[in-house]
Design a protein around this ligand. Structure first.
Ligand code: BG6
Length: 490
């Protein structure tokens, strides 16, 4: 961090969970790494009546709990001096005027400011409007940036409305829409893997790739977020953002530079090439017992699991199916991408036509057990048959245990530095909703919608998702690498 200007991060919705779990631990870690501006403050804003000291204690507990490896009372005390709290309702103009006065008293006249919208989404527009009305978006005396947490809208229309409302006050370059998956080291590594190595790019296309699987499974259930989740469901909660972002990283064309707009142009191009998803290529399911959870409607039709098959109609990917799935209360927490290559054109070995002859698979493990592995065939010693073996890179072995920073640390650092590469541009978000909206709408209204099925807690989801894969293809999962026995659908 090079700036000598005073900089303030203002967190709206500061009494919420995200501040404790992610934002303050991330800022504290940046402080420890000397990556914050020298003159730096954090101001928490919400309606709850905390004193500065109460708020410092509250967020200290968050750091102890969620970043125990880096917590240190002496260094915390130093950082805590830069933390302040201001009580107010950001939807009330007079309260925002008060906040403005508070900030002006705290800062010198040339300070930069990063606003973080971590409130309920219904407060995004009124809060931004009040920032506009109080001249708090004005950049004459220092930059003003706005981070917007997800969810960014609940469909295309509401996302467009939110974009329009924000653009009335902030320029696009001032807006940083968060998708924390983009801040994950392993997600960032996808572009490095593809474009910093020469061996992959020549085979990264329809001529060599049979299909691609993206799995983001969670073992947790909806827990205390049932009220939100029952309105949202897995497709809005996970697919519209995280899974589509991973898909874009795997499929987009190499940009001419690593510049934020060049990268985001390629993302929009790949999203624009996705034709409407057929309802027959979708599976929706709910885990057993979901409807009994407090906060969930008794006959809720909200899916907690979904699987989709989609295509990308461009030169590189024409005809290659992409299978995406995600769910709560599944067998394990894992986010991984499997690029499954075609089988050799001729299988001349003794087990060549046998079930045990498998495709090469490149597995990108986003989390946990971060790394990348390549499964390929080798000759079994003393026999004329092949067996699958795995070449593995894992972060812990290659780079040491503690080096993977939390996604929010990277994202906050980038926003403070004005680097929007890992944030979603307005058109990216709208394209993503254009892909997802018809699926949700079809499920709610079409007679062709697949039935909502159930799956046992702790399983890998419903059988219908296996059927979605088509002949000879199976979902690969953790122990399932050896189950990759597929000959292709065509
Ligand atoms: C959030 C979703 O965006 O991502 C949650 O709202 C989900 O429902 C979470 O649990 C998953 O993130 P991670 O980083 O734990 O995979």
């Amino acid at each position: 961090m090079t700036t000598t200007r005073q900089t303030t991060v203002v967190i709206f919705g500061a009494s919420g969970d995200l501040t404790n779990r992610k934002l303050i631990p991330a800022l504290f870690n940046l402080h420890l790494k000397h990556r914050l501006p020298e003159k730096f403050s954090v101001v928490g804003v919400s309606r709850s009546p905390f004193s500065h000291e109460d708020f410092r204690k509250k967020v200290e507990e968050g750091v102890k709990e969620f970043s125990p490896a880096t917590y240190n009372p002496r260094r915390w005390a130093r950082f805590a001096e830069s933390i302040y709290y201001h009580s107010g309702d950001s939807t009330k103009l007079e309260d925002v005027h008060e906040l403005h006065k508070f900030l002006n008293d705290l800062e010198d006249s040339k300070a930069n400011r990063l606003y973080y919208l971590s409130t309920a989404p219904s407060l995004y527009i009124p809060t931004a409007e009040n920032l506009g009305l109080t001249d708090m978006a004005d950049e004459r005396n220092g930059w003003r940036r706005l981070i917007v947490e997800k969810p960014f809208g609940v469909d295309l229309a509401s996302a467009q409305q939110l974009n329009w409302a924000l653009h009335k006050i902030f320029k696009e370059e001032q807006i940083y829409r968060i998708d924390h998956y983009l801040g994950k080291e392993t997600a960032q590594n996808i572009l490095f893997l593809r474009f910093a190595n020469t061996i992959l790019e020549p085979v990264w296309n329809r001529n060599y790739v049979d299909h691609v699987q993206i799995t983001v499974s969670e073992s947790v259930d909806v827990g205390h977020r049932a009220g939100y989740y029952d309105q949202s469901g897995v497709v809005r909660d996970m697919f519209q953002n995280h899974l589509l972002q991973l898909l874009a990283l795997v499929t987009k064309e190499p940009p001419s530079t690593l510049d934020a707009d060049a990268l985001r142009n390629e993302k929009s191009k790949v999203f624009a090439a996705i034709p409407p998803i057929h309802l027959k290529d979708t599976v929706r399911a709910q885990y057993d017992g979901y409807c009994e959870i407090e906060g969930v409607a008794p006959n809720s039709q909200t899916p907690t699991y979904a699987a989709l098959k989609l295509y990308i109609n461009n030169w590189r990917w024409e005809g290659v199916p992409f299978y995406l799935r995600s769910g709560k209360a599944m067998a394990a927490k894992t986010s991984e991408i499997n690029v499954v290559f075609r089988r050799p054109p001729l299988t001349m070995f003794e087990n060549g036509t046998d079930e045990s002859f498998t495709n090469n698979v490149l597995t990108i493990r986003i989390q946990p057990d971060e790394g990348t592995s390549l499964k390929f065939e080798a000759k079994m010693p003393d026999a004329n048959v092949t067996r699958s073996v795995v070449m593995d890179f894992d972060y812990a072995t290659s780079f040491g245990e503690c080096l993977i920073p939390d996604a929010y640390e990277r994202l906050l650092h980038d926003a403070l530095n004005g680097d929007a590469t890992l944030f979603t541009r307005s058109d990216n978000i709208e394209y993503a909703w254009k892909i997802i909206d018809p699926v949700i709408h079809g499920w709610e209204t079409s007679p062709k919608a697949p039935p909502l099925v159930t799956y046992p807690v702790g399983s890998w989801g419903p059988k219908d998702a296996d059927d979605l894969m088509g002949k000879g293809r199976v979902w690969l999962q953790l122990e399932g690498m050896d189950a990759a026995k597929n000959g292709g659908e065509k």
